[in-house]
Write a protein that binds this ligand. Structure first.
Ligand SMILES: CC(C)(COP(=O)(O)OP(=O)(O)OC[C@H]1O[C@@H](n2cnc3c(N)ncnc32)[C@H](O)[C@@H]1OP(=O)(O)O)[C@@H](O)C(=O)NCCC(=O)NCCS
Length: 164
């Protein structure tokens, strides 16, 4: 992965540019409705209340290169959840997504987490392949998981007590 990239904690000012990436970076997945669905899944509150377990990645000129939004479960402190991740398509396949996930695994392991979960759309084949490579187990399609017509597949990965 390029050493020129900077990882840092997000701030509220990052909200608008992450929103702007949700259309193009997902390659127009599920069209206009998909872009709207994704935007509604990333409200400002994530940039206010979830920043210690989230990261943005920037190029040397400050342009957004990638982001990860994640948190430790309030219900089960031994479980963490990755809510959203995106990498600029121009930078795909360079290990940035893996670096973000490995950072997250290490961060939440320090907090006592032993299991990481996330979900994605069944149509998002890239996300399914990526999560499989990162060691996640994948569920069958879960119909209407997030509401009528909003099917999902769920990913689960254990975290050993030691380093990744
Ligand atoms: C999924 C995504 C985050 C992967 O980011 P990335 O930086 O390209 O991934 P990496 O280069 O770190 O790849 C990590 C591993 O996953 C594999 N992988 C990544 N994308 C893949 C794809 N489309 N198909 C097959 N394998 C893939 C890589 O080969 C790599 O394997 P390796 O480390 O064992 O060689 C990126 O494609 C993306 O932003 N997609 C659009 C947004 C999205 O779908 N987000 C997830 C749902 S919220």
């Amino acid at each position: 992965m390029s050493a020129d990239l900077t990882f840092r904690e997000p701030t509220e000012d990052d909200h608008a540019r992450v929103l702007a990436a949700l259309g193009p970076w997902w390659g127009g997945l599920k069209g206009e409705a998909g872009a709207k669905e994704r935007a509604l899944l990333v409200p400002r509150l994530y940039f206010q209340h979830f920043t210690p377990t989230s990261r943005v990645v920037e190029r040397p000129d400050g342009a957004l290169a990638a982001f990860l939004i994640g948190f430790v479960s309030q219900t089960d402190p031994a479980t963490a959840y990755i809510h959203f991740v995106g990498v600029d398509p121009a930078l795909h396949g360079q290990g940035i997504g893996r670096s973000l996930y490995e950072w997250f695994f290490e961060r939440v392991r320090e907090l006592g987490v032993r299991k990481v979960k996330c979900v994605t759309s069944p149509q998002n084949t890239a996300s399914r392949a990526y999560h499989a490579r990162l060691g996640f187990e994948v569920s069958d399609v879960l119909p209407d998981y997030d509401g009528p017509g909003l099917d999902r597949v769920a990913f689960t990965r254990g975290l050993a007590a030691g380093p990744a």
